[in-house]
Ligand binder design. Structure first.
Ligand code: FE2
Length: 408
């Protein structure tokens, strides 16, 4: 019967490059995930500082405090100064608060912004570093070293489903120069995560749609890119399998705990996948553009995806076609056709969530596009795009986005 089994189209465990994984620590999901996570943390919750924002804390603070109250003798403090697109100002404030109050652990409660701030605060706190040092050699050395049992604990309680910050190795913080800086390290990744779907029920439709779309592009970017790590690939495809139906379901039925749970798990798995394999040029080209426009991450991602993915599949359709077939989106035997069907399905999800797939007011000069391309190439994900993109290619793609339909 083995003659019915097709051989692998290409090696999975490649001999050309080795690999390894570092699983995120303890993850708990389900209706009582928060209480179980707090119990597992136990004595490692030394005088924790909760890092959150005021809106989230009003909504879920009582549930978090009730869970913390189950640990005998535990006292905690709250820093609720996190804002969307956080800057180093919030990191400094929270780090100073943690030091002043003698906090020995952190609990991030909120979306990607709160968790990203907490990751960088943790690096400062556990590494004995000031914020400015984190991008200098001393800080890099701490971030590049493996986690130790003595590192302060970070427990993440996500209240949104999208960024995957609770499980990824990345933290995006706006620097003093106004640009977004990516801190990439496995060391400050939350050691304990509580995925409790009820905590995401209050998320309004817009962030629900935008976060869900971001998670889809994390999973897809990891699946199609050239990083061969088989574990990340498996997680990415499974995350796509979850997110593609979960996103329309959660938009249709925002009060459905099942839909919220599925979306939360899909975003979490996609986060683990990007922590292992990174993403593609869609995210690599998105970050520099985000510093120039007043749009959300998803509002930049969707038009960038539309242009970059269509350009990529002209020569490298296979991974997109494989996903389309694995997910029962299209299976015609024609790679181009199946790949485009997947792209159209993803664009359809954006539109369903009210996210435009074209920029309507993006003005870029040739020099702007040059600078953006230079920055996009600094991303670790851009070189992993299935279709290799050199500086002139990226420049040209940016100009296409600014002038849709016209090739410069
Ligand atoms: Fe993203």
């Amino acid at each position: 019967m083995t003659d019915k089994i097709n051989p692998l189209p290409q090696p999975v465990a490649t001999l050309a490059t080795g690999g390894g994984i570092s699983w995120p620590g303890d993850s708990h999901w389900g209706p009582d995930a928060l209480e179980r996570a707090v119990q597992v943390a136990g004595a490692r919750l030394r005088q924790p500082l909760v890092i959150t924002d005021p809106v989230v804390w009003r909504a879920v603070g009582p549930a978090v405090q009730a869970a913390l109250a189950t640990v005998p003798g535990l006292s905690w403090q709250v820093y609720d100064g996190v804002v969307p697109n956080p800057t180093l100002t919030q990191v400094r404030e929270a780090l100073q608060t943690a030091r002043r109050l003698g906090c020995g652990s952190l609990i991030a409660v909120g979306g990607g912004s709160a968790i990203d701030v907490a990751k960088v605060v943790l690096a400062g706190l556990a590494g004995g570093l000031d914020v400015e040092e984190l991008q200098a050699p001393r800080g890099r050395a701490w971030l590049d070293a493996p986690a130790t049992p003595e590192d302060a604990l970070l427990l993440a309680v996500p209240t949104t489903s999208g960024t995957g910050s609770e499980s990824s190795s990345a933290a995006l913080i706006q620097g003093d120069d106004g640009r977004k800086h990516l801190y990439r390290s496995l060391r400050p990744r939350p050691a304990i995560v509580a995925l409790q779907p009820s905590l995401t029920l209050g998320l309004p439709p817009r962030p629900t749609a935008h976060g869900g779309f971001d998670a889809v592009l994390h999973a897809l970017g990891t699946w199609v890119n050239t990083d061969p790590s088989p574990v990340g690939k498996a997680l990415a495809l499974h995350a796509l399998r979850i997110c593609l139906p979960a996103l329309p379901a959660v938009l249709r039925e925002p009060d459905s705990l099942q839909a919220r749970a599925d979306m939360q798990m899909g975003a979490y798995l996609a986060g683990v996948a990007i922590g292992l394999n990174k993403v593609d040029a869609v995210h690599g080209m998105c970050t520099p553009l985000e510093a120039r426009v007043h749009l959300t991450h998803a509002e930049v991602l969707a038009p960038v995806f539309s242009v970059v993915a269509r350009h990529t599949v002209q020569t490298h359709a296979r991974p997109y076609a494989e996903a389309a077939r694995a997910l029962d989106i299209a299976s015609t035997g024609n790679e181009q056709h199946d790949a485009l069907a997947l792209i159209e399905a993803v664009e359809g999800l954006a539109r369903l969530g009210g996210i435009a797939t074209r920029f309507t007011d993006l003005r870029l000069s040739a020099q702007d596009a040059d600078e953006l391309a230079t920055r996009a190439l600094r991303s670790a994900s851009t070189p992993l795009n299935p279709r290799p993109l050199a500086h002139p290619d990226i420049r040209s793609l940016y100009l296409q986005m600014a002038h849709p339909g016209v090739s410069p």
